[in-house]
Design a protein around this ligand. Structure first.
Ligand code: PBG
Length: 327
């Protein structure tokens, strides 16, 4: 055969395959989501997320150490309070559960970079991401509470805040509150493009944050929409977001690519609880090779354009990167 183009030429040798690889990644880009609960001496497995745990503050160090040893030095903390109320007061309580988690981690693990998830749903008795007016989530009233929440997290030791509530104008409100209190250098990573997704199911079990009525469709995005993702990303950048996020990651590669091409800030994607649980469950059942599918899924997000990947598999992925299996 007289073939000029033989793409296989670059695939015959492993060293060559690695040299021409188009997608590179390192553990610096990984963020591990972690659940902190009330109580003492608790490390409790989350039934719908095998291998993931809720930690009381006094036991969270074990996980932080494990992560640091694997080369993962960023975590995002979610608090699970004992007491929930209409206004989500524990979200911005000076001595709230997540604030105590930040204080502990900052003091004992200063090498760990700490990110605060800013939202109300884990803290409200009704499970919605803001305060209610009747059965509606009141956007503008919620902004003030989100700003207070972000500020309280930073005062407790958070190095960055990440609003996940999807209220309009929250990035600006948080930026203003941080700046007015001297925290001009604390970055905001906005969950800018967050869809109303069934992939969040296991998280809501983990955090006890499922809405007690209705759903989140009046604030999270309709997953039929692509152009709206651009609108959300650009408006958050206008309001001062330093990093933007697309969520979920799996099944949203088109959105990641499109947002990446049309913006100029670092971009994250959150590989959410349902993605983790599907891979884990199929792995446990022996239907797929868990490690290989985990790796392939992660690479797909980076290939789509993410710079930062939030995942419950952070530790395992860091190990795979170090072994040279991916990246
Ligand atoms: C809080 C929040 C949620 C997730 C991250 N922040 C839940 C939700 O919006 O219902 C989901 C993360 C995951 O599924 O892993 N609003």
């Amino acid at each position: 055969m007289d073939l000029l183009y033989r793409p296989r030429r670059l695939r015959y040798d492993e060293r060559l395959r690695h040299m021409v690889r188009e997608t590179r990644m390192t553990p610096d880009s990984l963020i591990y989501p972690m659940f902190i609960r009330e109580g003492e001496n608790i490390v409790e497995e989350i039934p719908t997320m095998p291998g993931q745990y809720r930690y009381s503050v006094d036991r969270m160090g074990e996980k932080l150490e494990e992560l640091l040893n694997a080369g993962v030095d960023k975590v995002i903390l979610f608090g699970i309070p004992d007491h929930k109320d209409e206004m989500g007061t524990e979200a911005y309580a000076q001595n709230g559960i997540v604030q105590r988690g930040f204080r502990f981690a900052k003091k004992n693990y200063p090498e760990m970079y700490l990110i605060g998830d800013v939202c109300m749903c884990e803290y409200t008795s009704h499970g919605h991401c803001g305060v209610l007016c009747g059965h509606e989530v009141d956007n503008d009233k919620t902004l003030e509470l989100l700003a207070k929440t972000a500020l309280s997290q930073v005062e407790a030791g958070a190095d960055m805040v990440a609003p996940s509530d999807m209220m309009d104008g929250r990035v600006a409100a948080i930026r203003e509150a941080l700046d007015n209190n001297g925290h001009t250098n604390i970055p905001i990573m906005s969950y800018a493009v967050k869809y109303a997704s069934s992939f969040y199911g296991p998280f809501r079990d983990a955090a006890g944050s499922a809405p007690s009525f209705g759903d989140r469709k009046s604030y999270q995005m309709d997953f039929h929409n692509r152009r709206e993702a651009i609108k959300e990303a650009l408006s958050d950048i206008d309001e001062g977001a330093d990093i933007i996020m697309v969520k979920p990651a799996m099944a949203y590669g088109d959105i990641i690519r499109e947002v990446k091409d049309l913006t100029n800030v670092p971009m994250a994607a959150y590989s959410v609880s349902g993605e983790y649980s599907m891979i884990k469950a199929a792995g446990i059942a022996g239907y797929i090779d868990e490690e290989k599918v985990m790796c392939e899924t992660a690479v797909s997000a980076y290939r789509a354009g993410v710079d930062i990947y939030m995942t419950y598999f952070a530790k395992e992925l860091a190990e795979c990167m170090k072994k040279g299996l991916i990246g």
